[in-house]
Write a protein that binds this ligand. Sequence first.
Ligand code: GLV
Length: 322
Amino acid sequence: MSRPAVLITRRLPSSVVERLEEQCTVQMHDGPEAMPADELRSRLADAQALMCLLTDRVDGAVLDAGPGLRIVANIAVGYDNIDLAAARARGVVVTNTPDVLTEATADFTWGLILAVTRRISEGERTLRRGEWSGWALDFMLGSDLRGKQLGIIGLGRIGRAVAARAGAFGMRVACATLEPGAGAQGTADAAWTRLALDQLLSTSDVVSIHVPLTPATRHLIDRRAILRMKRRAYLVNTSRGPVVDEAALAWALGEGLIAGAALDVYEQEPRVHPDLLGLENVVLAPHLGSATVETRTAMADLAARNVLAVLSGSAPLTPVAG
Ligand code: GLV
């Protein structure tokens, strides 16, 4: 019997590729850039499995280019890059990589919270420009976290892991309940205060976003939402860029309507809104939330195990709902 063919759109750790090669014929795009969409379609012709990244758009046209496809394994927890209805209509299983990246992403979110409230990136830029003239009592003062409120929007796995770390910094937690359909809602710790979104925005000192990108969450944080925030508050986004209206955020930061923001994700990655690039009160990270050796390897490994399960006729380990 011929071995099933797996197409991988980006270089993966060799241990993961070797595991797949024990049972499958593997084709991997090895370039530094994402696989061009036309190449993706042409190389799918003989594939039974596709392992892809959040930078690959997998829609009906792509799925039609792979008539033998049985599984699309996204190497990411978010899957807004995949047309789930189109996959379902063609009987193609879609999987993602939850859990394995929760802790790394929660740690990174706290890195951003500290970076923006303590002005770490801004301070480093000043130092590198040779503009630091020495210690001064009133130089580059940030904001304490202790005693303040962390507002978590979205209580999925990552939102809960971020909230669980708040005690270490002396922060109390509030969490927002979104409309049904706007993302997974998990259980809240008894100490966390549940608030409506508007109330969370108007009372929190740091607002951190942890919802998936859906039609209900696109531009959830728009000009109106930002205007509800305190003038001394900070906005942090490690979820998906389009959840925040970047133009509205840049305007609010420029006008001093909130104290600062820290972003790991953007509306049109890798493009960043030009108005954000010129601002000192925003920390801009290049989508690094889950970027540790251990976590990225675990994500690729989980995606590979999903592929091997489905190709051998078993149930996928982590199918996406929908
Ligand atoms: C990263 O953004 C992911 O969804 O895994």
